[in-house]
Design a protein around this ligand. Sequence first.
Ligand code: HSE
Length: 428
Amino acid sequence: MGIGTVGGGTFAVLARNQEEITRRAGRPIHITVVADKDRARAEAVTGGKARLIEDALAIVGDPDVDVVVELIGGNTVARDLVLRAIGNGKHVVTANKALIATHGNEIFTRAREQGVMVAFEAAVAGGIPIIKALRESLAANRVQWLAGIINGTCNFILTEMRNHGREFAEALRDAQARGYAEADPTFDIEGIDAAHKLTILASIAFGIPLQFDKVHVEGITGVAREDVVNAEALGYRVKLLGIARRSEEGIELRVHPTLIPERRLIANVDGVMNAVLVRGDAVGPLLFYGAGAGAEPTASAVVADLVDVARALTADPQHRVPHLAFQPDAMSNVSILPMERVVTAYYLRITALDKPGVLADITRILADSGISIEAIRQREPAEGEQHLPIILLTQCVREQAVNDALAKIEALQSVKGKVTRLRLETLA
Ligand code: HSE
């Protein structure tokens, strides 16, 4: 269902590697029918090798179909189609992160009732096999935290801003032209796409239900080129990170632009590439790196899921790998921490009047809030320049303390506009 970029890649990979895929799966996998509203596109991709229809409803009700591959994406018709397919006893493979992040709990419950599989490796980080790694290969570990560059569009834009001094809007236009961005690029640049993926990763890492609505989400629209330059001068790179961390008080789920020390491998993941850094108590840190979008990288994950489904067709449903890694009756209800209680370090850019005592006023407010300054940077004023950016890095502190201090700093007569605040993570 849906033969656009990922669907086309899936068709091509299955055709090209058919012989080896059959040897792996133990049986051939045939695409018998393709549904897409764009008939010309479907014809061009399939070249007459599959029956073409326009209405996907006919697929989910077709008794000859064993597995439905949902590559329509989004949250419009996909939920209904997937639930109907499950209701009709069909296994489902999907790349739909929005669907899994927002309706996954319901979908998996229905799938268990029907004894069918729902596989979704392609929903997170395209070709990187991170779902399987977290769900199966790291089963011995208590995962402590994970941090991922899981939106290629944002990583491309931030890389272009750093490497080529490009402005945000220009870099976004380029990302759209190259086909990285979602149909609605707001989902990329506002962090929603990354939050969908983080929701899924966190569930599998910690054995908690999917809770998209509890993710703190900030995109990259507030990151100016000068912040990228300032971070660089201080030895950091700015990345849009999805972070899930266990703490004594609960689980942190947050997506936001983040300064990371440039010496970390993940800080050097550039362009449209994705990476996920996972820390397990037994294995230590692991870094997964690869193409997070694109036709064949994403098809690599879709076809691997198809092979998994083909192999497990005859297995007793009770003995299959649980959808969210943990047995459904053993999920944890540990709470998600509100952002105000999260502890992290900060980069602050304050635009202030160039006159005696201004810096003292600012640092007094920070000191009174128990916020320790780790680094400070201010350049000389240009001729006639009255307001200057003051860059501060803080030590780790609770977000609420920073909120309170910033409100006081922004109220100072000598401070112009809002303070730019980016979080900083050492990922140590
Ligand atoms: N728009 C997504 C990205 C595609 O930029 O990463 C893959 O989910």
